[in-house]
Design a protein around this ligand. Structure first.
Ligand SMILES: [Zn+2]
Length: 119
């Protein structure tokens, strides 16, 4: 469980960084409430793989910790521009969550157990 907390902190940092980068590139103002929301979304999404597949044993990494999930998240991230029913705030929240989720998988991929391809 301590690593899940680390993933949550890294996810929150990813959410904040993603928000600041997105606002900077769009040359828009930083909203402190949106910044806090990005940290919260990132913190939850960063821990999400371990919430879905709790690290109770060495072999807990299944689909939600897999390279297939990584690829699906990356595709959803890049396709989010075409989700016309999402307003700007919802799209930003979705991208923040995906970026934080990917931070978890990126960190886990660097461990000796790495990630399974699919399951
Ligand atoms: Zn994990």
């Amino acid at each position: 469980m301590p690593l899940t907390i680390l993933h949550s902190f890294v996810g929150a940092a990813t959410g904040v960084s993603f928000y600041l980068l997105e606002r900077s590139l769009a040359e828009k103002e930083i909203d402190s409430e949106a910044l806090k929301r990005s940290a919260l979304i990132g913190g939850i999404a960063g821990a999400l793989p371990d919430i879905l597949e709790p690290p109770l044993h060495r072999w807990h990494r299944r689909f939600f910790h897999s390279y297939a999930a990584f690829a699906a998240a990356a595709v959803a991230f890049s396709a989010s521009d075409s989700f016309e029913q999402l307003d700007e705030e919802a799209r930003l929240a979705m991208r923040t969550a995906i970026a934080a989720y990917l931070s978890h998988l990126a960190l886990d991929s660097r461990t000796p157990m790495s990630l399974p391809l699919m399951l």
